[in-house]
Write a protein that binds this ligand. Structure first.
Ligand code: PPE
Length: 304
């Protein structure tokens, strides 16, 4: 990973190498953290963070599920994110805000422990490779099922949830694939380990609803809006495994993954076996949007 200079920790900047926590940090032992993934892109008018307020609102929503009181306001965290990008003199970067129950007492009850908050910015290129972005990636339907809301809350970005994602990712990689696709407990398509998923069938988009175990993705929402404005409608509907195989196009959306086409799933070639035309159009429009070249969505950008 590429280091930057300063990390924001509990309201102060510390040097990258000094951004440490105690070994008894509650979140380390029990997964009691919440986080976000945000990207900042270079535009003609300087670096701009994409949908920053929406990401920070989601961070606070995730915290609510853990009964975690973040000791800063949404506004303070929004400003702190921009300040962290600024002090590190970054033009483009990935931004990782995290809040977690810290060190004081051991045991499952986290409520007596402090809540620590940090914001880290660093350059992060393509999530599934430059080639993946252009030609598509190969996916395996995981033998792990997406966490169900009766066990862990898939709508919240809790660090604990990512144990499920890591298991799916490991399995896919060890089997020679680029990425996993997770089904939910009912065997319907949920999402990728770190991405939402869409299929294209007869020029229409379908994506799983939140109750299928899909994170309320901000890229997902952006793509639904951009597609609609270009006459491509999205239905939020349960997706069966075989609908993936029979789709004209399939793609992932996510802050890290951006818009990544899927060209093969469990040995079945999807569509023409490469990036499909609607995926390509949406990818192009998405990249124009985040770089401030689509005037209609300028209010999604927070200039640093
Ligand atoms: N589902 C999951 C499970 C998920 O983690 C992400 C983001 C999404 C969907 C897409 O959400 P959004 O970024 O709001 O469009 N995953 C973050 C972490 C990835 C990682 O490997 O770390 C991200 O993309 O930042």
């Amino acid at each position: 990973m590429i280091k930057t200079d300063l990390i924001w920790m509990n309201g102060k900047f510390v040097n990258w190498d000094e951004a440490k926590v105690h070994i008894l940090t509650h979140g380390l032992h029990y997964g009691t953290g919440v986080f976000e993934g945000i990207r900042c892109y270079e535009t003609k008018n300087g670096p701009a963070v994409f949908r920053l307020k929406d990401h920070i609102k989601r961070l606070f929503d995730s915290a609510k599920v853990f009964m975690m009181e973040i000791p800063f306001s949404i506004k303070e965290i929004v400003e702190a994110v921009k300040e962290t990008v600024r002090v590190n003199k970054l033009k483009e970067c990935y931004i990782r805000p995290i809040a977690f129950y810290g060190y004081k007492e051991m045991g499952l009850n986290p409520l007596n422990n402090p809540v620590d908050v940090a914001i880290i910015c660093y350059p992060w290129g393509t999530y599934l490779g430059e080639e993946g972005l252009k030609k598509g990636v190969r996916c395996k339907i995981s033998s792990w099922r997406r966490i169900d809301s009766c066990m862990l809350p898939p709508l919240a970005k809790l660090t604990a949830n990512y144990a499920n994602s890591v298991l799916a990712k490991l399995e896919a990689l060890k089997c020679g694939y680029d990425e996993a696709i997770l089904l939910n407990l009912n065997g319907r398509v949920a999402e990728g380990p770190g991405e939402n998923i869409f299929i294209v069938k007869d020029r229409k988009l379908i994506t799983p609803p939140f109750c299928a175990g899909a994170l309320p993705g901000i890229t997902r929402d952006s793509i639904i809006t951009i597609a609609k404005d270009r006459g491509v409608l999205t239905t939020e509907m349960e997706i069966l495994r075989e609908q993936l195989f029979l789709a004209d196009e399939v793609f992932f959306t996510g802050t890290a993954a951006e818009i990544t086409p899927i060209r093969e799933i469990d040995g079945r070639v999807i569509g023409n076996g490469s990036r499909g035309p609607i995926t390509e159009m949406l990818q192009t429009e998405f990249f124009k949007t985040v770089r401030g070249e689509n005037k209609e969505y300028l209010d999604w950008l927070d200039f640093v």
